[in-house]
Each structure stands twice: as C-alpha cells, then as structure tokens.
Design a protein around this ligand. Structure first.
Ligand code: HEM
Ligand SMILES: [Cu+2]
Length: 486
C-alpha cells in the first residue's frame, strides 16, 4: 500500500474517490482496505470460480449425454458434482453478492468506507484461501458426499478430501460472517444523518436482511461441521450411526443453515433487481415499503422451514405439516416482490438493453423456480420427486434463473460506473440470448426427467432418459458458449 491509497490519506479521509485511473493493478493483489478495491476483488474472484464451477457443470453434462459412465468414472463423477455445487454456492454466488455489497453500500449510504475496513479485507482474503483449499482436495481424493455432506457417506468416502471440504467451508463461512457484520454495521450506523431507514435504496434493505440471516444461521453450520470433523478425525459418534450417533441431527443442523442460505443467495439479487428495473423502465419503484419489509418477512420465515428438505427422512407427519405450511407461506412475501416488480415496469418506457434483458429474464425464470418450490413444498408431491432431477431443475431455476441472472442484470447496470468504460451492448445482448436459451434448454427437461423418476447424483441411467438428457447437455454447452460474448 502506498501513501496515496492508505486509509488515512487525505483522499480516503475526505471520502473522495481516487478514481480508477489512479489505482494500480498491484492494489488488487494487496491487503487493500478500500471498499471499492475489495468489491472488485470479490467480483473478479467470484467470476474466476464461476468459470471453474461452470467447467465442472459441463463435465457433468458431458457424462450425462449417454446412459453409460463412459466419459468419467462414477467415483470422479461424485467428486465433480460435489465440487460443482460447493464452488457455485460458496465461491460464486455468495461472494458475488458480497462484491456488490462492498462496492455499492458505502456509496449508497454516503459512507467513506465500510464500518470495519480491515475486517473487510480479511473477509475477502479468506475466499481465495478457502477456494484453493477446496480445489486442492482433487490432489488427495476430492469429497464425494455432495454439497450437503450427509453422514454416514461423508464419514466413509474420501475422508481426507472430506476434511479439506469441511475446513474450506468453515473458512468461507467465517468470511461471510465477518462480511455480514460489516454490512449490518455500515447500513445501520454509517448512513449520512439525513438518510432515514426508509430513504435507503432497496439494495441496502435486501443486503441487511441477507446479512442478518448470515449472522444467525452460519454459526450453526460451523458447529455442525466441527462435530462432523470430530467424527471423522477423533472417532466420536455424534452423527455416525455405526457408533450410536444420529445422522438425522446432522440434517437438521445442515438445513438450519442451508435453507436460509438460499435466501442469502437470492436476497442480494432481489435488491439488485429492485434497483435495475425502475431505471431501465423509467418509472419509480412500485411498493418501496412492501419490497423492503418483505425481505425481512422472507428472512424470518426462512429460519423456520428447514425440515422441508427432510420430508423423506422419517420426519413425523404433524411436523411435516408445519414445515409444509410455513414453506408455502413464503410464497406470499416473495409474490409481493414479484408483483411490485411487474407493477414497476408496467406501462414504463422499457429499454431492452443488456441489463434490463437480464432483469426480465430474472423475473420469468425466478417465477418458474418459485412455483416449482411451492410444488416440492407439498409433502405428497415431494415424496414422489425427492432426490430426482425435478429438484435439480427447481434449484437451478432459482439459483441460475434467479441469482445469476439478477447478478448479470446488476453487472451490466453498474459496469460503466465501476470501470469508467462502456461495454459492447450487442455483445451483452448476445450473452443474454445465449444464456436464456441455454438455461431453459438445460434445466426445463430436468423437470420431466425427475417426474419420470431419474435420480440425481448418478453417472449412469436408464436409456429411456437419454433424449431429454441430450437436450439438457446441448443447453449447457450453449451456456458455455455464452461466456464468449461475456
Ligand atoms: C452451466 C450451468 C449449470 C449446469 C449445466 C449445471 C448442471 C448441474 C447438474 C446436471 C447437476 C446435478 C448433478 C447430479 O445430481 O448428478 C447440478 C447440481 C448442482 N448445481 Fe448446477 N449447474 C449449473 C450451474 C449452477 C449454478 C450457477 C449453481 C449455483 C449458484 C449450481 C448449483 C448446483 C448445486 C447446489 C447442485 C447440487 C450438487 C449436489 O447434488 O451435491 N449449479 N448442476
Ligand atoms: Cu429449503
């Protein structure tokens, strides 16, 4: 760090921006505490992992183009879908949300920087550390138990790799806890005095709601993973049924974090969409308070629905009814947002630029993911499609059709402001067209495959499933090609 970039330099103290041109490339590889540098560090790092996660996805899809495990062996297949899921969640979507938060929140609330700039830099640097550790598990035999790492499988398959997985998720989880403390403090305490909580941009509301969830839920996952590592390393039997432990407890702990995690992954992009749509339809946002408060309704409800992932785990009937009802109620605050977004663009002067196209793509595909979510919330339906490709279709419509499209809407929206350069609009639109076609081609057939009974997490399948799998694989190749115009 040189004198000009130090946090106590005149430019930093006065809150004036150094400007992109005055920053050197070395700043991005150093322990820099400037929130804009950190925002870009997060964004570039998460894109790096997106390309890795996407490459792994294409290996999965190539294997599934034929019914036999001829491209890769089943063991490697297990490792690849485990790392694909883990990379996409912990190294792409969650850090990408933090990227927007870091860059935008201080600017939006009028703060010089984040509340704790050094902590912010620590939180960022844990991402490359955790990511490297996770990927290096390939050298020792990568974990095979899926991104959920359920025992007893996680205690028996690829134990060293599983330990790498646990450590890396602990590091990434700690990073996100540290980040959330910074977001909450900055939003609540660093706003310019004139800005009341109801004057904040909606992106700040959604980051606040997501950060509260991170703070409440992530430590619980950490506790569960530490117990799992005791079972692995020390021979304890918290979750090991062979020694009298209870693997169902692990599922409760895991989903107590990981259901809220889906909101941790989508709320920031709800915020992005609420910023992007009004600008490109030249109308003020419809229902500011409804959108703001519904984020908190989603956060609260998100904490009491976790066992909808455990309808087939022997959960008693009355408890399943509770989790079914609470899950379905989440459709209400979510619907409030979708209706408000539609009302915002209704009758507006819509510009179909790259950002807006991704925004409209977000609304339509997130809607599909939300509706299939209500379907799998229904116990009788879920029992039928649990662990099938229907669930894989559902989760990708939410995570890809929702979070990722929302992310790109924000990416194109703020790219000129962040870099000081304009991107090539036609290429941006081509990126959207390829993504949107590829996305639907890859994931729509998976609904049908799931209903037909094709299991997830398998490298070989019944030949009757092949035609739809070929379509899906072509879709995933189209998405790979969409990276070229990007
Ligand atoms: C190029 C786009 C993508 C393709 C083609 C793709 C494909 C797949 C496929 C086929 C599976 C199922 C593997 C199996 O069960 O055997 C899968 C699992 C999964 N994917 Fe993706 N995916 C993509 C992008 C994403 C993104 C962007 C995310 C998250 C942000 C994501 C998160 C997950 C998760 C969490 C799983 C579950 C892993 C597990 O079962 O442990 N994927 N993906
Ligand atoms: Cu859930």
């Amino acid at each position: 760090m040189t004198a000009t970039e130090s946090p106590t330099s005149p430019a930093a103290v006065s809150g004036r921006d150094l400007g992109q041109s005055q920053r050197k490339w070395q700043d991005y590889f150093s322990f820099n505490t400037d929130h804009k540098v950190i925002g870009i560090q997060y964004l570039v790092t998460s894109f790096f992992f997106f390309f890795i996660g996407g490459a792994l996805a294409n290996v999965i899809r190539t294997e599934l183009a034929t019914p036999d495990p001829d491209f890769i062996q089943p063991e490697l297949y297990n490792q690849i879908f485990t790392l694909h899921g883990t990379v996409m969640i912990f190294l792409w979507i969650i850090p990408a949300g933090a990227a927007f938060g870091n860059y935008l929140i201080p600017l939006m609330v009028g703060a010089e920087d984040m509340a704790f700039p050094r902590l912010n830099a620590v939180a960022f640097w844990m991402i490359p550390v955790g990511g490297t550790l996770l990927l290096s598990s390939f050298l020792v035999g990568a974990p095979q138990a899926g991104w959920t790492s359920y025992p007893p499988l996680s205690l028996t398959a690829s134990q060293t790799g599983q330990m790498f997985w646990i450590l890396s998720v602990l590091i990434l989880g700690t990073s996100s806890i540290l980040g959330s403390i910074n977001f909450i403090t900055t939003i609540l305490k660093m706003r310019i005095p004139e800005m009341g909580i109801h004057d904040m941009p909606l992106f700040c509301w959604s980051m606040l709601a997501a950060s509260v969830l991170i703070l409440l839920a992530t430590p619980v996952l950490a506790a569960g993973l530490i117990l799992l590592s005791f079972d692995l390393l020390l021979g304890t039997n918290f979750f090991n049924p062979a020694g009298g432990g209870d693997p169902i407890i692990y599922q409760h702990i895991f989903w107590f974090y990981s259901h809220p995690a889906v909101y941790i992954m989508i709320l920031p992009f709800f915020g992005v969409i609420s910023e992007v749509l009004p600008v490109h339809s030249r109308k003020p946002i419809f229902g500011y308070r409804a959108i703001a408060y519904s984020s908190f309704a989603i956060s609260f409800l998100g904490l009491i629905v976790w066992a909808h992932h455990m309808f087939t785990s022997g959960t008693p009937g009355w408890l399943r009814m509770f989790f079914m009802a609470t899950t379905m109620i989440i459709a209400v605050p979510t619907g409030v947002k979708v209706f408000s977004w539609c009302a915002t663009i209704w009758g507006g002067k819509i510009e179909l630029n790259s950002s807006m196209l991704f925004g409209l793509g977000f609304i339509s595909s997130f809607l599909i993911g939300g509706l299939t979510g209500v379907m799998v919330a229904a116990v009788p339906f879920d029992i039928h499609v649990h662990d099938t490709y229907f669930v894989v279709a559902h989760l990708h419509y939410v995570l890809f059709g929702g979070s990722v499209l929302g992310l790109f809407a924000g990416f194109y929206h703020w790219f000129p402001k962040i870099t000081g350069r304009m991107f090539n609009e036609p290429l941006g639109r081509l990126h959207f067209a390829l993504t949107f076609i590829g996305l639907n081609l890859a994931f729509m057939p998976m609904h049908e495959l799931g209903m037909m009974g094709m299991n997830r997490r398998i490298a070989l399948y019944d030949p009757q499933f092949q035609p739809l799998n070929v379509l899906s694989t072509i879709g995933s190749y189209i998405m790979a090609v969409s990276m070229v115009p990007l």
